[in-house]
Design a protein around this ligand. Structure first.
Ligand code: PLP
Length: 371
């Protein structure tokens, strides 16, 4: 699905020397590399504050902790996403309220979102799924009207641009109160282990986030609130510093592969190619097709027999996961999610896809559909 090795080999020299430099400096934790990466990412995202942390799941948890929510407060998020988003809500004894997604962009459904708001609702976590932004302008309007916090889960969309109706743009994750991301190796900006970050333009919130990632310390050994220990280590930061300058080029490479797929599948009735919303660019963390009138799982087996990996993101809706079952919540509330769980399939997507590989993959899909 992902070719991290070839990507590494292209920048091996720089990466290897930056790792060795960190070892040589022995500044493994909170070293200068972390500070430099923080500043470079702030500049790239055009955001006031980046707070690095241990991983993307921690980032979501820390964001929720910093908003001062009380047990039982409701947080709305999408039913169709990776479990981390809902997991941290549950972990903090908040109540996850899952809503359906839009059938073309897979972002949180605005009508379902508004309907789910109650007096207990405190925050919304839109997930910028597969590499494009949710409809942030509308989500921010709803949030403002109901006085809700917005945490953007940008784990899959770092580098994407949100396009406002007036034509101006902002980087994904910098529009809500706080944005979170993951540097998991296979993410669009991946390190060589675990890593994550939070972004915000709110300086007060940044102070609190910075304290929470570091045991709730505002001043050394003054613990003003319960925090966590969640750090990006210096070796990972040094790797990210070498990769960040390539992020736009990585996004372009993914986009190019996606356009190859789109062109190849354009005429197939059995395949619905991804739709890019007019309010976002798409950085194709995943290239996810919807199938129609064919057996999706048979397609996957067919591709596997030709050594083509394909994955189902996501096969089970969050509301059907044992850990997140809720009384009165049934499949009927999530018609789009249910359909997506049964029909989507993601094809190999990374920065190193060669035309020859794309040709082989698309021909196999076409062969299956025309069988
Ligand atoms: C990967 C991912 C996360 C979690 O990131 P980790 O670094 O693996 O903890 C959260 N949300 C979404 C949407 C993700 O894809």
């Amino acid at each position: 699905m992902v070719d991290l090795k070839s990507q590494y080999l292209k920048i091996k020299k720089e990466i290897d020397s930056s790792i060795l430099d960190v070892i040589d400096s022995t500044a493994f934790i909170k070293g200068p590399e972390v500070k430099k990466f923080q500043a470079e990412l702030e500049e790239y995202l055009n955001v006031k504050h980046v707070i690095p942390c241990g991983n993307g799941t921690d980032a979501l948890q820390i964001a929720l902790m910093a908003l001062g929510l009380k047990p039982g407060d409701e947080v709305i998020t999408a039913d169709f996403t990776f479990a981390a988003t809902v997991e941290v809500i549950g972990l903090l004894n908040l109540k996850p309220v899952l809503v359906d997604v839009e059938k073309e962009t897979f972002g949180i459904d605005l009508t379902a979102l508004e309907k789910a708001i109650t007096p207990k609702t405190k925050a919304i976590i839109p997930v910028h799924l597969f590499g494009q932004c949710s409809n942030m302008e509308e989500i921010m309007k709803i949030a403002k009207k109901h006085n809700l916090f917005v945490i953007e889960d940008t784990a899959q969309a770092i580098g994407a641009d949100y396009i406002f109706k007036n034509g101006t743009t902002k980087k994904a994750g910098t529009i809500g109160n706080v944005g979170t991301t993951s540097f998991f190796p296979s993410k669009n900006l991946g390190c060589y282990g675990d890593g994550g970050a939070l972004f915000t333009n709110d300086s007060e919130l940044a102070k609190r986030l910075q304290a929470i990632v570091n045991h709730g310390m505002y001043e050394r050994y003054h613990h003003e609130e319960v925090g966590v220990n969640s750090r990006l280590d210096s070796i990972q930061a040094s790797i990210l510093r070498k990769k960040l300058p390539h992020l736009d080029e990585y996004c372009t490479a993914r986009h190019k592969a996606a356009m190859y797929y789109n062109n190849a599948f354009g005429k197939l009735a059995q395949i619905i190619t991804p739709v890019t919303a007019d309010y976002s660019t798409h950085v194709f963390h995943q290239y996810t097709l919807k199938t129609k009138g064919i057996d999706r799982d048979e397609l996957r087996t067919f591709l596997a027999a030709k050594d083509i990996p394909a994955m189902i993101y996501y096969p089970i809706a969050l509301h059907n996961q044992k850990a997140y079952l809720q009384e009165g919540v049934t499949d009927q509330n999530f018609p789009v999610t249910m359909e997506l769980c049964n029909s989507v399939i993601s094809l190999p997507m990374h920065t190193e896809l060669e035309e020859e590989q794309l040709k082989y993959i698309t021909e196999a899909v076409i062969e299956f559909c025309e069988k």
